[in-house]
Design a protein around this ligand. Structure first.
Ligand code: NOJ
Ligand code: CA
Length: 557
């Protein structure tokens, strides 16, 4: 009996520990079309990912977050989903998905898939049915249709702009228009519709039953909309306060009713499926609602991603986010790069950006990367230092494929080769996000630097060869080996416990974890004395006497 009790207690403890795996995880984002191409059609695929499971295990990550791999016309890089419970035939089959998941799980790597609930593709069977059905039909009720203005509805119902530029309402030819906060190929769902709600629960169960460990929720703050009969103008909409939970489009309080339903589904599984919200909300304190245990459980904070390489800015962000996570009972997230922003090795090689948000700011790319000139060496040193600081923080760290190679943004993509809708919808203002989505280099030479046996779907620059996995694997000082060593150490040293700040020079951040793990980053222009302690790892060369500029060192006191 005692034995039985003990074993039950052990099982309960094990399950509880496992349920918390996400809190301090290192999650590696794969943009599937640009990771590895197994069948040589120039597009990365699921068998390609499975074939790199060893690489991912050796890197030392805990989980993969897979950007959309569903059938899609790629009007927005896969964030226009035509079928939520299938695989894009160009990327593989459901069997390939299962094989990939098995290959990752066999290495102890969890899988988080991207779920896109704000909008579908215009090719989704429901939207096609809505187009074929008349005004007022139940088919149209699954999306946001409105009558146009003017005598025959020939004018849009409102002058709203989409997030990618251009109008947010598109006419369907019978006097009605539909809402798309993003591209016209991405009609917004009507989340007041019960069928929409039920269908997403079905999708969450579909992937959970297949064994996925969690979900990244796209535009999580936009699902609940409340559009009055008389739509406000764009100017009125922009003037409305987003902090009250009552804005017609963004971050409405009742969005959390939806996520409470999702949480009930996640908790049907053991361990419960996890979720992380992509929610751009302001003030940041509103993030806690998404990160609550009754909701999605965790939310991205993009604050570091928007900050300059600056000690004060970093410290303030770290303190704020740790406070917020403590208040919500969640753990915080950290991220410098993803498929939407200029890679951080390049951002940090550009002049400081001040208060302007960076996430959609790619003005530098408009000159093909020549104006201003990027300081590649400085950018890489700062990126390495910043990453090592991030990896020493409590919370989960989200990495983006290729950052472990120190890859920079690719500026030199010919206009004709560009794919991102932002490029086509904001001519002359924004070249879009293709520069961080170029297929990553695995080998020094060859058709697509080892990405696959054919040319890649976005052109790779010549300088990719020297940054390839092959070129870096044997070099102990390479960025790849820095990531490997840092992630291995983090595995051993990371805990749930918070940090304290050790008094330091104003240009230096010096933090200490309760187990004696310390990280010291020099943000200033000159070397500073190296604090005492055993050096575990450094982001750049140190000679033992000083900590050079743009360098982080990990110490054990
Ligand atoms: C956020 C995704 O990260 C981005 O790539 C996409 O374009 C928008 N959501 C719309 O789905
Ligand atoms: Ca392929």
């Amino acid at each position: 009996m005692t034995e039985l009790l003990n074993s039950t207690a052990d099982a309960t403890t094990a399950s509880r520990i496992d349920a918390d795996w996400w809190r301090q995880a290192t999650v590696y984002q794969i943009y599937p079309r640009s990771f590895a191409d197994a069948n040589g059609d120039g597009i990365g695929d699921l068998p390609g990912i499975a074939s790199r499971a060893d690489y991912l295990a050796r890197l030392g990550i805990d989980a993969v977050w897979l950007s959309p791999f569903y059938p899609s016309a790629l009007a927005d890089g896969g964030y226009d989903v035509a079928d939520y419970r299938n695989v894009d035939p160009r990327l593989g089959t459901l069997d390939d998905f299962d094989a990939m998941l098995e290959a990752l799980h066999a290495k102890g790597i969890k899988l988080i898939v991207d779920i896109v609930p704000n909008h579908s593709s215009d090719l989704h069977e429901w939207f096609q049915a809505a187009l074929a059905a008349p005004k007022g039909s139940s088919e149209r009720d699954r999306y946001v249709f409105r009558d146009g203005l003017g005598e025959k509805g020939e004018l849009p119902p409102a002058d709203w702009k989409s997030m990618f530029g251009g109008p947010a309402w598109t006419a369907v030819g019978d006097g009605q228009w539909y809402l798309h906060l993003f591209a016209p190929e991405q009609p917004d769902f009507n989340w007041h519709n019960e069928e929409v709600r039920a269908d997403f629960l079905k999708t969450l169960r579909f992937w959970s039953d297949r064994g996925v460990d969690g979900f990244r929720v796209d535009v999580a703050h936009a699902l609940a909309k409340d559009l009055p009969e008389n739509l406000p103008s764009l100017a009125e909409l922009d003037a409305m306060d987003r902090a009250t939970g009552t804005h017609p489009l963004w971050d409405r309080d009742e969005v959390h009713d939806i996520y409470a339903g999702w949480r009930a589904v996640f908790n049907e599984y053991d361990p419960p499926r996890i979720a992380v919200a992509e929610a751009w909300v302001d003030p940041p304190s509103r993030r806690a609602r998404y990160a609550s245990a009754e909701g999605l459980g965790q939310a991205f904070n993009f604050d570091l991603l928007e900050a300059d390489f600056d000690a004060d800015a970093f410290r303030e962000i770290i303190v704020d986010n740790l406070d917020q996570a403590a208040a919500s009972g969640s753990s915080t997230t950290w991220v410098f790069s993803n498929h939407d922003v200029v890679r951080h090795a390049t951002r940090y090689g550009l002049p400081p950006n001040g208060d302007r948000p960076r996430h959609y700011n790619r003005t530098w790319l408009l000159s093909g990367g020549t104006e201003p000139q990027v300081d590649v060496a400085a950018g890489l040193s700062r990126a390495r230092a910043a990453t090592m600081l991030m990896l020493a923080l409590p919370g989960s760290a989200y990495l983006y494929q290729g950052e472990e190679l120190g890859l920079g943004e690719v500026a030199e993509i010919p206009d004709l080769a560009r794919q991102d809708p932002t490029f086509y919808r904001s001519p002359g203002f924004d070249v879009g996000r293709d520069g961080c989505r170029v297929p990553i280099p695995w080998s020094e030479a060859g058709d697509s630097f080892g990405f696959g046996p054919a040319d890649a779907h976005l052109p790779q620059p010549q300088w990719f060869g020297s940054l390839s996995v092959e070129a870096q694997s044997g070099d102990p000082a390479s960025t790849l080996n820095l990531y490997r060593e840092a992630l291995a150490l983090r595995r051993r040293l990371q805990t749930d416990e918070s940090l304290t700040w050790v008094p330091s020079d104003p240009e230096v951040l010096h933090l200490r974890r309760p187990n004696g793990w310390e990280a010291v980053t020099n943000f200033g222009p000159a070397a500073v004395p190296l604090p005492a302690g055993e050096v575990l790892l450094a982001s750049g060369p140190i000679d033992g006497t000083g900590l050079p500029p743009a360098t982080t060192v990990w110490l054990r006191a």
